[in-house]
Design a protein around this ligand. Sequence first.
Ligand code: PMP
Length: 416
Amino acid sequence: MVSRRNKEQQKTNSISDYRSDFPILTREVYGQPLVYFDNGATTQKPRCVLETIQRFYNEINANIHRGVHKLSDESTLEYENAREVVRGFLNARKSSEIIFTSGATASLNLVAFSFGEVFVSQGDEVLVTEMEHHSNIVPWQLLCERKGAKLKVLPFDENGELILDELPKLLTPKTRIVAVTHVSNTLGTVNPIAEIVRIAHSQNVPVLVDGAQGVKHGIVDVQQLDVDFYAFSGHKIYGPTGIGVLYGKEEWLDRMVPWQSGGDMIATVTFAKTTFNELPFKFEAGTANYIGAVGLVTALTYYSRIGIEAATSYEGELLQYAIERLSEIDGLTIYGNAREKAAIISFLLKDIHPYDTGMVLDKMGIAVRTGNHCTQPVIDHFGIDGTVRASLAFYNTFEEIDRLYDALVKIKAMFG
Ligand code: PMP
């Protein structure tokens, strides 16, 4: 086993030095320095994001696309510039393929409705995977109920890896779409998206990727992956809440119907008929979260500057260390041992309910998540009540993992 000290010396670089950019990380919880291990639920925000939001409200704020005045002009410019930055971040072909939503859930619902209305009919099939978040199951389930279509499920194995051999067998001439998560928020599994896309496209089936966890795990190039849709939330990649993105290939978006209606998404309105605006506005009804969009791209720019690959690689070292340390604890089981794994570690202490573990960790200043993590089928797969989940970010440290280890040893003794 690598000792703590050696491990500290191995600490590759200064990635976690960026920690000081995050004001909240200096706070204490119950008299202890906060250890924030709930990054899968939401990440903390760097100072530059907070300052951008404040600057926007202080100096620019005006509704976009509508005003003839200077402030509205500036606001619109910043919003549309944000779209262009997201386009570059995902390497989409056109900025009109970037739709701002309120988050990953909204993006997934958008596709389930707008794609589903046009392309899914009675008797058709929609394929999801067993490791999806509820946000990438329920919208499809509702669509299937509405249309009389069938929801099919690609299973995962005991390591938490999708059984890819099953994929070609599950695809039929009736399959209309495959909806799959990039990274499992419970198991940490990084799915082989390019391979899944290749198999699905060979049967002319488009692929929607839920990138809520995946977008922060390495560089995402939607053209290289050749995905048809990619959805993510700003708040899970160091940006503000209430803003998200849907990338969609123009060839699909053009043929899809609007999912929400109202201002901005129209071209003309009469009582006889409404015609719709061009992409991407067709899918952005009402006042957009333009300040959220600007906050999001500040976060994306910040994260890119740190270096996404460097951050991910450091998180990988943290994960490895966490696995080593936690595995030393007798009676601790880790769920999800995929070969490609993001820095998410789900575990249980034998005979101790996950809520009890989570509550006591909280009292020790360590924030983790407990329960089914909105992935009830994953929890059912293992026949358990839930897990304790520690999800890491680049601002976490090896010392914090030692604190988790020490706390778990105490909890085990306490309940033992
Ligand atoms: N998919 C995955 C894999 C997630 O982890 C989450 C958030 N836990 C979502 C979708 C939903 O994201 P949001 O709540 O930001 O819409």
